[in-house]
Design a protein around this ligand. Structure first.
Ligand code: PGA
Length: 251
């Protein structure tokens, strides 16, 4: 179901105490009466249970940053979808560009991770986006199309209805260089059209598509005002309580 979502991707930051404090401050700082979006925090794995506990008693929702493509067993260091489900997480980021780049994740692996999550009714937040060179060569649409086709289009319509998409141009991540609202809208409309071609107009209308890449309290409103932008996946700015809370009120 399409809804506005603001999700904080904390990446590999903070101590246990810092994470607990930030989760507490965000959960208690939400303007629940006027909130027009789902607010999700995605802390590092050792802190997920704290976020999940807060999800029980507040509007805050909890998500992981990654999941294993394998079901269970002898995969040292991996965390399975079953484990995430057992602490009642609702979301999990998959295919983030940092995982593609530093851990060589492929579209095929990302597809398997999505399957594992759907087995346990966890909403994948599927990340896609082009690198700078690809945009300079005007190949951004081909790149995003291929990422979506190879990681999502094996799903049935029913399975697909659980997917959240995050368009994150890699050149905008952590660089302070945000896509313009027009660039974001153009790609989001393109993604929606792709979905319509595969799953039909209604499925396309009902999919939440988030923007990510140097989104902050100063530019969120302008980005979220676009008809096909349903919120944001926030990195750096999600580690600052006031900044993040302001983003949640940008609809
Ligand atoms: P950023 O990161 O907001 O720090 O650019 C976004 C992301 O990587 O999801």
């Amino acid at each position: 179901m399409r809804k506005n979502i603001v999700a904080g991707n904390w990446k590999m930051n903070l101590t246990f105490q810092e994470a607990e404090d930030l989760i507490d401050e965000i959960a208690n700082g939400l303007d629940e009466e006027n909130l027009k979006c789902e607010v999700v925090v995605c802390p590092p794995a050792p802190y997920l249970e704290i976020a999940s506990d807060y999800a029980d008693v507040s509007r805050l929702r909890a998500g992981a940053q990654n999941v294993s493509e394998y079901e269970k067993g002898a995969y040292t260091g991996e965390i399975s979808a079953m484990m995430l489900a057992s602490i009642e997480l609702e979301y999990c980021i998959v295919g983030h560009s940092e995982r593609r780049r530093y851990f060589r994740e492929t579209n095929g692996q990302i597809a398997r991770k999505i399957d594992r999550l759907l087995d346990y009714s966890i909403h994948p937040i599927f990340c896609c986006g082009e690198v700078l060179e690809e945009r300079e060569q005007n190949r951004q649409f081909d790149v995003v199309k291929q990422q979506i086709e190879e990681s999502l289009f094996h799903l049935t319509s029913e399975e697909f209805s659980n997917i959240v998409i995050a368009y994150e141009p890699v050149w905008a991540i952590g660089t302070g260089k945000t896509a313009t609202p027009a660039q974001a809208q153009e790609m989001h409309a393109f993604i929606r059209k792709l979905i319509a071609g595969k799953y039909g107009e209604e499925a396309a209308r009902e999919t939440s598509i988030l923007y990510g890449g140097s989104c902050n309290a100063s530019n969120a409103k302008e980005l979220f005002a676009n008809p096909d932008v349903d919120g944001g996946l926030i990195g750096g700015a999600s580690l600052k309580k006031d900044e993040f809370l302001k983003i949640t009120m940008s609809f």
